[in-house]
Design a protein around this ligand. Structure first.
Ligand SMILES: NC(=O)c1ccc[n+]([C@@H]2O[C@H](COP(=O)([O-])OP(=O)(O)OC[C@H]3O[C@@H](n4cnc5c(N)ncnc54)[C@H](OP(=O)(O)O)[C@@H]3O)[C@@H](O)[C@H]2O)c1
Length: 301
């Protein structure tokens, strides 16, 4: 078994969270058990799923079949926007926990703000606060929140999320939001950390121009210099920015490759050179536009 060890962050409620993990969005259920097992064998200690990914059951199976002790694995799941509102979110949490086969979850995230129904978003978060108080989840947070959404939520609930998980890769580096998160003591988790959304997302498919940070010359040259792959260079950049990247792969060789980043460091000008690739253009949805009407996924199976 490989022994790549990721550092850990201490969240704002004292809970430790690995600084690196496996994402499973678009991991087909039939490939997810093996992917999770392979990740744990390669030293991953954080798995990021969501009710909307429809593979919570396979994530639970993967964790159990990996042989790792439950306490060593940090499991995140998320409530989907169609389940917002206090009672619905509590029910959604029970469904997620049942599918995962867990008694206690490590991190529960609000999947998107719904600006057109922010009241329901706040109520979903209040449900998560109740679960936290009851000890059914060890930490709670949000995804895709702007600084305005964070301010609103904090003002309405008096509670600071532990994590804000947002689109973040060399073409969309979220400089201001990372600063805001840091000021609040919130850990920024990076989704699409190697730019998957720029290759596989709806906008990418609709556009003729392929935007792939993995093939950008700045990244390729650094990969040659360090004898690493482009993905490893970008994931190392993420760690040096202070984010928590959660790259997705269902291929054992890439799962092993992606975590093999703790034996080298980029120079600070190299970190800056990658940050300079920022285009300011996200590949995924604009959080201001997300609503159950634009993303109607039901999770009541
Ligand atoms: N909170 C949110 O709203 C939100 C939104 C999107 C994603 N997420 C989370 O973030 C995770 C990661 O984001 P993502 O899946 O969009 O993008 P990503 O991790 O940046 O990229 C994943 C894509 O890159 C490929 N890949 C993985 N490792 C590679 C390597 N070493 N070399 C070349 N290609 C590689 C994968 O294919 P293979 O599987 O074939 O290797 C997949 O197509 C998700 O799985 C999910 O957990 C959260």
């Amino acid at each position: 078994m490989a022994t790549a060890q990721s550092p850990v962050y201490t969240l704002n409620n004292g809970i430790e969270m690995p600084a690196f993990g496996l994402g499973v969005f678009r991991s087909e259920p039939e490939k997810t058990v093996a992917a999770v097992r392979s990740a744990v064998e390669n030293g991953y200690r954080l798995i990021d799923t969501a009710a909307a990914y429809k593979n919570e059951q396979q994530v639970g199976e993967g964790v159990r079949s990996s042989g790792a002790s439950r306490a060593d694995i940090f499991v995140t799941t998320k409530v989907w926007i169609t389940d917002y509102g206090r009672d619905q979110t509590l029910l959604a949490f029970d469904r997620s926990l049942r599918k995962l086969g867990l008694d206690v979850l490590d991190l529960y995230l609000i999947h998107w703000p719904v600006p057109s129904a922010f009241e329901a978003t706040v109520d979903a978060y209040k449900a998560a606060m109740k679960l936290l108080a009851e000890g059914r989840v060890r930490a709670i947070g949000v995804c895709n929140f702007s600084s305005r959404h964070l301010d609103n939520l904090i003002e309405r609930t008096g509670h600071i999320p532990a994590v804000n998980q947002v689109e973040l890769h060399p073409f969309f580096i979220q400089r201001e939001l990372r600063e805001v998160d840091e000021q609040h003591g919130i850990i920024t988790q990076a989704w699409s950390p190697i730019g998957g959304i720029k290759r596989d997302g709806e906008k990418a498919k609709a556009s003729k121009e392929v935007q792939d940070p993995l093939s950008h010359q700045t990244v390729v040259l650094l990969a040659e210099k360090y004898g690493k792959t482009s993905a490893q260079i970008i994931l190392r950049w993420q760690i040096q920015l202070g984010t928590c990247p959660i790259p997705k792969s269902v291929r054992p060789e890439r799962i092993a490759e992606n975590i093999d980043i703790f034996d080298f460091a980029l120079a600070s000008d190299e970190v800056q050179a990658i940050s300079a690739l920022d285009t300011g253009e996200r590949g995924g949805p604009d959080p201001e536009q997300v609503s159950p009407q634009t993303f109607p996924i039901a999770n009541h199976d």
